[in-house]
Design a protein around this ligand. Structure first.
Ligand SMILES: NC(=O)c1ccc[n+]([C@@H]2O[C@H](COP(=O)([O-])OP(=O)(O)OC[C@H]3O[C@@H](n4cnc5c(N)ncnc54)[C@H](O)[C@@H]3O)[C@@H](O)[C@H]2O)c1
Ligand SMILES: [Zn+2]
Length: 698
């Protein structure tokens, strides 16, 4: 019910923002806030399609129709663009296109001009109509105004029927000169307002410009066959084309040859150059004469474009990379307390969702009371939020105080979960009750998480239900609880299938090595690295750790070079805690590994220091994660894309642009067979290719 409401709320809000933005040229919220809400709605609709409205802004192009101009139907789809916020996403878009198109493709990179979309209709070589994007299928006829833009040819050099898409914009410098005319907030608003003037003489007074970027020929026999040839032809016909064009393909030479044969000036690159290219454009963005808000990646081959087609909202053959801002502005709607698995209380700001550094941010940490006091943070304040590195977003500054009189927030004195009075330890407050349900949940889900015992079916949602129904209270209960009992309670969503998955996960977890079990206990200072250090330092079973701790044998710990006195004391403290000792005892009797198994860990670390990437599909490793596990077990690192740090590419059937990337970077390419003989030193004969040669692509 709550989700249904949220979807309704987001739909209505976004439609309201769209109306203001497209029709009145006003922004009620910032673009990144808008994008954040849009992404949230798209995600909720994906998860709950039953609640999605047919009028949702995610399936319709934001309409800029006004009643001031006649409406005309478009003869081509005039849509928005799908968005990406990282180079990785763009690369993965390219790979998917190649997989779907089943061929090696080339892609054009264009600047995403921040202006207003315009569709120009030519008949017999004459400009007959200039039409706004409208709602994608119907637009406003603004021909008289458009004719005032001298860069738009009224008559072409050929007598053809042609539809052209372009972006009308005003240069930054001109914006500064003319903005006071109608109080426009930014160049796009001024361009948009000028195109919609009732008197063309007023439009003519504003120095509007245009770059065109798509052409649709009525006569297919004379239509160019790829995007770069379209651009070259448009230029020849008298249109203004943005000279900042780049073509990406499997090699720089190939791209250059293609540009040459299309007779288009532009830069030629290999896929591998994309990251540095986008970086470069981002750096030069400020010095451009006009505003751009991103880059557009488009498939160059028109036959594949036709094959992929359109959604109701955007073409499937293009994607817009939006420049990420490392900082965003939004409002603190509320402040909640998070109780960590150790009982630590963290105040969290609940934000109006905002797009930030590649994702949508709804919550940001406020660290502790001292931090809140220093920044004087109150509910309702407008704040700036930042994301540094991979850390959780944090509120950085109050930009505007709330106008309802809320004062600086005070963290409550009792635990929000179990009401126990909080205690102070250092800069933080803690809930001292180890049975506190939030702590229990945190502790168990940490234990089952992917980086720990990796019990996928027992994720936070399932564990929460199990705790709610009093089935489990602590980690060892996972091993003693009779999961069949769940079936008696008829819990929605938890049927026999889930029960079997739970049981399998529990059994599977008993095989996890000691180092993993030790990490999963959640002892301070004993993370993945810490556990490894202790084991290598001689603590290769749990009893040795407990014994040394109970004897308070600090020396036994600090003789390990990586362990300092403070860490030693923390560990010793932990292993003197009765609750932890009991937990360990129970897990021991459940059959978990509490001793290092040297045989299992004696796998030669043949991939140590290497960085592997994997692409395509495999006969012996299906899903591909199995191959990744083999690499990691032998000391290798794995990544999702080929970069300059990648040392090996494991290449299956159908590997697309990653292969090209690897080749141009000189990354060693390893086939499945070679890989198997590397890890088995040739002992095992791999399964052969299935007869029908079917591929399963990811
Ligand atoms: N602040 C607000 O209240 C508010 C409201 C609505 C929309 N918005 C902003 O507008 C965005 C969505 O707007 P949209 O759908 O109109 O545009 P878009 O950002 O999704 O981009 C699509 C448009 O880019 C233009 N474009 C520029 N250069 C291009 C090129 N080289 N090739 C192809 N297209 C090019 C085209 O006109 C195309 O229609 C949102 O992401 C948001 O940032 C903000
Ligand atoms: Zn509590």
């Amino acid at each position: 019910m709550e989700i249904k409401k949220r979807i309704e709320e987001l739909t209505n809000d976004l439609l309201r923002y769209q109306e203001a933005y497209y029709v009145q040229g006003k922004s009620l919220i910032s673009d990144s806030e808008y994008d954040g809400l849009f992404d949230e709605l798209a995600r909720l609709e994906r998860e709950h399609p039953e609640y999605a409205s047919p009028n949702s802004p995610t399936v319709r192009v934001g309409s800029d129709l006004t009643s001031d101009f006649p409406e005309v139907k478009h003869t081509i789809p005039v849509l928005s663009l799908d968005k990406a916020y990282s180079v990785e996403e763009v690369l993965s878009f390219m790979t998917k296109c190649e997989e779907k198109g089943k061929e090696n493709l080339s892609f054009v990179e264009e600047e995403k001009i921040d202006g207003i979309s315009m569709v120009l209709y030519y008949e017999d070589g004459l400009l007959v109509r200039g039409v706004t994007r409208g709602n994608g299928s119907v637009g406003n006829d603004v021909t008289p105004n458009i004719k005032t833009i001298s860069q738009i040819p009224l008559r072409l050099k050929e007598n053809i029927d042609l539809v052209v898409r372009g972006e009308v914009y005003i240069a930054k410098e001109d914006f500064l000169k003319f903005k006071d005319l109608d109080g426009a907030a930014n160049p796009r608003n001024l361009a948009s307002g000028s195109v919609r003037r009732q008197k063309s003489s007023e439009t003519a007074a504003i120095p509007l410009q245009i770059f065109v970027y798509e052409g649709f020929w009525a006569d297919e026999t004379i239509a160019p066959k790829d995007h770069i040839s379209i651009l070259a032809k448009l230029k020849e016909l008298g249109f203004r084309i943005n000279p900042h064009i780049a073509l990406f393909s499997s090699s720089k030479q190939k791209s250059q040859n293609m540009l040459d044969s299309a007779k288009l000036e532009g830069k030629a690159y290999a896929f591998d150059d994309l990251e540095s290219y986008i970086k470069d454009v981002t750096a030069k963005r400020a010095s451009l004469e006009y505003e751009i808000d991103g880059m557009v990646t488009k498939i160059n081959e028109l036959n594949v474009r036709d094959e992929l087609g359109y959604t109701e909202h955007h073409p499937r053959w293009a994607i817009a990379y939006k420049f990420e801002s490392p900082q965003a502005e939004t409002v603190i709607e509320g402040i909640t307390m998070q109780v960590g698995r150790t009982g630590r209380i963290t105040p969290v700001a609940e934000l109006t969702p905002v797009a930030l550094g590649g994702s949508t941010v709804k919550r940001a940490t406020l660290h502790n009371q001292e931090y809140i006091n220093d920044l004087e943070i109150a509910i309702g304040d407008r704040v700036s939020v930042v994301k540094r590195g991979d850390v959780i977003p944090a509120v950085e500054e109050v930009l505007e105080k709330n106008d309802v009189g809320n004062t600086t927030f005070k963290i409550p004195l009792t635990c929000p979960c179990c009401n126990t009075p909080l205690v102070e330890r250092g800069a933080h407050l803690f809930c001292p009750n180890t049975d506190c349900p939030d702590q229990v949940l945190g502790r168990i889900t940490f234990f089952t998480s992917r980086d720990c015992m990796d019990m996928e079916s027992l994720g936070p949602k399932s564990v929460e239900i199990l705790i709610k129904h009093n089935f489990i209270k602590d980690i060892p209960d996972l091993y003693t609880f009779d999961f069949n009992k769940i079936l008696d309670e008829n819990i929605r969503g938890l049927g026999e299938k889930s029960v079997n998955q739970f049981k399998a996960a529990v059994e599977e977890s008993k095989k996890r090595p000691f180092r993993t079990v030790l990490t999963s206990l959640g002892i301070p200072e004993v993370g993945k690295k810490g556990a490894e250090v202790l084991i290598k330092g001689g603590f290769d079973n749990i009893d040795k750790l407990i014994e040394a701790s109970q004897k308070n044998d600090v020396d036994a710990f600090i003789k390990i070079p990586q362990v300092g006195i403070q860490t030693a004391n923390t560990i010793i403290n932990a292993f003197n805690d009765k609750v932890l000792l009991e937990r360990i005892e129970k897990l021991k009797s459940a059959g978990l590994q509490f001793e290092e198994n040297y045989e299992e860990n004696s796998l030669d670390q043949i991939f140590s220091g290497q960085v592997w990437c994997i692409t395509g599909s495999f006969v012996n490793y299906n899903p591909r994660g199995l191959a990744l596990a083999e690499i990691e077990k032998r000391g290798g690192r794995t990544t999702s894309s080929v970069t300059s740090k990648t040392t090996h590419l494991l290449l299956g059937k159908g590997g697309g642009s990653k292969r090209a990337n690897a080749e141009s970077l000189g990354v060693k390419i390893v086939t499945e067979e070679e890989f198997i003989s590397m890890i088995n030193k040739g002992k095992v004969i791999p399964k052969s290719e299935p007869e029908n040669g079917q591929l399963s692509l990811f």
